[in-house]
Design a protein around this ligand. Sequence first.
Ligand code: PMP
Length: 321
Amino acid sequence: MDYEDGKGWHNATITPYAPITLSPAAMVFHYGQAVFEGLKAYMTEDGEVQLFRPDRNFQRLNSSNARLCIPPIDEDFALEALKELLRVDREWVPTAPGTSLYIRPFIIATESYLGVNPAKSYKFMIIMSPVGSYYKEGINPVKILVEQQYVRAVVGGTGEAKTAGNYASSLKGSEIAAQQGYSQTLWLDGKENKYVEEVGSMNIFFKISGKVITPALNGSILPGITRDSMIEVLKSKNIPIEERAIAFEEVVEAAKNGTLEEAFGTGTAAVISPVGELKWLDDVISVNNGQIGEVTQMLYDTLTGIQYGKVADTFGWTVKI
Ligand code: PMP
C-alpha cells in the first residue's frame, strides 16, 4: 500500500514476493524513517489459522508512526488486509509443533529527496516467512551480558517506538556480547547506567522472593505485547507482579542472598526464554542453576497453549482468520 501527500494511503494490493524499486534518494536510506512490527500466525490442532493480539501490533505501529512523523494507518483495514493475505497464503503456515508463520508489517519513507524533513510518500508492506521452533531441543536458558559501554535508548529518544534505527544502534552491544560467549545483551538505562531496561528483542522479568518484577514502561522501553500478556496471566493466577524501576544491583544482591529465583525474557520470537546466566562487570550470576523455573514454565505453557489453541483463550486474545 502507498501513501502520497494529499492522496493518503491507497493502492492496497497482494502481489507475489519480489524485489521492489526505490530511488537511491529514497528518504528511508538517509534519514531512517522506517517502522516495523513482528507477529505470528499459528496453526491450531483443529487446522485453524490464528493470530495473537494482532490489534496490538497495528496500534503499536501507529504509535511508532506518530514518533517518526509517518502518517497513521487505518488499523482495522490493516488487520483485514493481513487476514486476506493469510487466506491467500494459508499453505505457508507450517504445521509442525512449535513452528509458526512470522509476519513482518513495515513502513518506509519512499520520497526521493535529500533534506531532513518528514517524507511526503511511503510504502506499507507485509512480508511473511515460516519459522521453526525457537528452541531446537526443549527450552534452553539463555546467557546474557549486561552492557556497560553503550545504551540502546534514552527517555525522549525513540526507544519505545519499533523503528529500524534502534536495532542498528544495538548491534555493537550484541557483537560485544557474542565475542564473550553471550547470546543476548541486557540494556541498562541511558542516564545512570543503573536501571534494567530490556534485552535485544525481549522484555525482561525477574522473580525475587516470590514476587515477579519487570521494569515499568518508562518511555525508552518497547511496550512488548508478550510482556503485557504475561502480566495479565500472572495477575489472573494471583502471582504478585510489580512493574517498577529495577536497579541491576538489586538483582545482584538477590542473587547473592539466594532470593533470585527466576529470570526470563518475553517476546514474539523468543516466546518465554528462561535466563540461565547474567554477566555484570566481573560478576557472573547463575539463575536457578541454569534450569527453567516454575513460573517461567507456567507462562510458557499458558502462552503457547493459547497461541496453538490447546489452552482455552479466556482473555480473548486470539483472532481466527
Ligand atoms: N523489546 C524489543 C527491543 C523488541 O524488539 C521486542 C520484539 N518486538 C520486544 C521487546 C518484545 O515485544 P513483543 O512481545 O511485542 O514481541
